[in-house]
Design a protein around this ligand. Structure first.
Ligand code: ADP
Length: 462
C-alpha cells in the first residue's frame, strides 16, 4: 500500500454526476457516504430505476445548482447522527480524491443545512488511512470550477425526458422514445391538453392527473397546429420551471404565425416568393397585382399540410377566393406562384445548426401542393450549400433548434416557403435513411445544462 491518506476534511469530485469540486467531511461513524441533495425524485421503471436530484455544491451560494441523475442500486433505512431514521436512495458512482478514483455507494438525503455537502463514510474509506487530526491532505480544488462547467464536455447521464404530444403512438413519438431508451434515458409521454398550470412566481408547476409533474431534464414539444395557443402556454410553464425545452414557446409561436414568420424571415434577408397581406376587400385587386398577377397562391394563415393553400388560376378566381376568406374572417396571405417548381419542394430537417436530412417532395397528379399528407411522394435530394445555409438560417432566425424548413427552387434561386416547428420524422427517415430521432436525442444530451446559475439570466445556447 502506498501512503495515500485523507484528513477529516477533503476536496473531492464526483465526475459522473457533473460535480467537479465538493468539500467533504470524513465520517467514520457512518457506514455509507451521504450527499446532501434536494428535489430527490425517482424515475424510470422497477427494472431500471433512476433518481434525479439537485445539489447546491457551494454551501454559501445557493444560486449554483447542479442537476444530477444516476441509477438507483438500493433503498436503505439510514439512521443519521441525530438519531433520525429515513429511507434513502442509494447510488454508486466514482469519487476522485487527489490522484485516486474509486467507486463508492452514496445515499441521498435532503438536509440542506449541512456545511459539508458530502460525508465520506467507512465503506468508502476501507483501504484508505484517515488522519482525523489533519485536514486537506490531498490537493485542494476550487468552487471556481463551476464557472467553467459550461465550456466542458457534457456529462453523460440518464436523462428524464418528457414529450409533449397528443399522439403517443405516432411514428415520430415512437422513434424518439426508442432512440432515447437505447441511450439509457427515460421518456414520459405527456398529453399536452391534460396539463394544467399553476402560475406563480415562487414555484411554478405543471399539474397532470391531479398532481404536479416532476422535474424533467428536457421537454420535447410536439405541438399540433390546433393546440398552438395552449401548447405554447404549457411549454412556457416548463421554461419557467427551468426545464430545457427543445423548441422554445416563443419560437413555436413565431413559426406558427405564418405572417409573422414571413416578416421575420424577410427582415433577415432570407429569400422567399413575393408575399403580400391585406385586410380590406378594397385592396384585393392591388394585392393580387403586387404578387405578380395570376396565377396566385392564396394561403390561410392557419393552414397545415397544404389544406388551406389554394391556387387561383385567374384574377377573377383570386378575387372570389379572397372574398370567401374575408367573409369567413379568415386571415390569409397571397403569394407569387412558382410555376417552374412543377409541384416540388424540398423539406430540410434541421437539428441545432445543421441540415441533418433532406428530401424532395413532388405533388400528386393534378396538384401543385407537395405535402406528403396530401398525396405527394418523396425522394432523396442533394442540397446545394446555399440551400443548406438558407434552411439553417431560417430556423435560426425563428429561434428553432429543431425544424422542418420547406424550400422551393425557382428561376431566381431557392426560396423559403415555410418553417415547421414539429416536423414529422417518418417521411424524412425513410427517404433520407438518416437516424433523425437519434440526432435529436444527441442534441438534447449535448445541450441540457447540468449546472444552472440562477440570477444571471444566462440563456442556453442553441
Ligand atoms: P402548409 O403549411 O399548409 O403546408 P405551404 O406554404 O407549405 O402550406 O404550402 C403547401 C405546398 O404548396 C408546398 O409544399 C408547395 O408544394 C406548394 N406551394 C406553396 N406555396 C407555393 C408557391 N408560392 N408556388 C408554388 N407552389 C407552392
Amino acid at each position: 500500500m502506498d501512503n495515500f491518506s485523507v484528513g477529516w476534511e477533503e476536496w473531492l469530485a464526483l465526475p459522473e454526476l457533473g460535480l467537479p469540486a465538493l468539500k467533504a467531511k470524513t465520517d467514520t461513524g457512518a457506514k455509507t457516504s451521504a450527499l446532501h441533495a434536494f428535489a430527490i425524485q425517482p424515475f424510470g421503471s422497477d427494472e431500471k430505476p433512476f433518481v434525479r436530484f439537485g445539489i447546491h455544491p457551494v454551501p454559501d451560494n445557493p444560486d449554483i445548482v447542479v442537476h444530477c441523475s444516476a441509477p438507483v442500486v438500493d433503498r436503505r433505512e439510514i439512521t443519521s447522527s441525530n438519531g433520525q431514521t429515513e429511507l434513502r436512495y442509494v447510488i454508486r458512482t466514482p469519487v476522485t480524491v487527489g490522484e485516486r478514483t474509486w467507486e463508492i455507494e452514496i445515499t441521498l438525503t435532503n438536509r440542506e443545512n449541512m456545511q459539508y455537502r458530502m460525508l465520506l463514510g467507512r465503506s468508502a474509506l476501507e483501504e484508505i488511512a484517515v488522519q482525523p487530526m489533519e485536514s486537506f491532505l490531498q490537493p485542494e480544488l476550487s468552487f471556481d470550477l463551476y464557472n467553467k462547467i459550461a465550456r466542458r464536455k457534457p456529462i453523460k447521464r440518464p436523462l428524464r425526458i418528457g414529450i409533449l404530444t397528443r399522439e403517443p403512438n405516432n411514428y415520430s413519438t415512437k422513434r424518439m422514445v426508442e432512440e432515447a431508451e437505447k441511450r439509457n434515458h427515460t421518456v414520459e409521454l405527456i398529453d399536452t391538453r391534460r396539463c394544467y398550470l399553476n402560475i406563480q412566481s415562487h414555484s411554478p408547476e405543471v399539474h397532470y392527473d391531479g398532481k404536479p409533474l416532476p422535474h424533467y431534464d428536457a421537454i420535447i414539444p410536439r405541438i399540433g397546429a390546433s393546440l398552438t395557443f395552449y401548447g405554447m402556454a404549457v411549454v412556457r410553464q416548463f421554461e419557467a420551471m427551468g426545464t430545457y425545452c427543445l423548441n422554445a414557446a416563443s419560437a413555436i409561436g413565431a413559426s406558427r404565425d405564418k405572417l409573422a414568420a414571413h416578416q421575420i424571415l424577410a427582415r433577415h434577408r432570407i429569400p422567399m416568393p413575393t408575399t403580400a397581406f391585406a385586410s380590406s376587400p378594397k385592396d384585393t385587386s392591388s394585392l393580387l397585382d403586387l404578387v405578380g398577377g395570376s396565377p396566385t397562391v392564396l394561403k390561410l394563415l392557419q393552414s397545415t399540410q397544404g389544406r388551406g393553400v389554394v391556387l387561383a388560376e385567374t384574377k377573377k378566381a383570386g378575387e372570389a377566393v379572397i372574398s370567401a376568406f374575408q367573409n369567413l374572417d379568415a386571415n390569409f396571405i397571397a403569394q407569387e406562384f412558382v410555376k417552374e417548381a412543377a409541384g416540388t419542394d424540398l423539406r430540410c430537417f434541421i437539428v441545432g445548426r445543421r441540415v441533418i436530412g433532406a428530401m424532395m417532395r413532388t405533388a400528386g397528379e393534378d396538384d401543385f401542393r407537395s405535402n406528403l399528407h396530401a398525396g405527394g411522394t418523396a425522394k432523396r435530394v442533394k442540397l446545394t450549400s446555399e440551400e443548406k445555409s438558407i434552411a439553417v438560417k431560417s430556423a435560426k432566425v425563428l429561434g428553432l433548434r429543431v425544424a422542418g424548413v420547406d424550400l422551393i427552387r425557382t428561376d431566381s434561386g431557392t426560396k423559403v416557403l415555410e418553417v415547421n416547428s414539429s416536423p414529422g420524422l417518418q417521411g424524412i427517415e425513410k427517404t433520407s435513411r438518416k437516424n433523425v430521432a437519434e440526432t435529436i436525442i444527441e442534441h438534447i444530451e449535448k445541450n441540457v445544462p447540468s449546472t444552472i446559475r440562477h440570477g444571471k439570466g444566462k440563456k442556453n445556447k442553441i
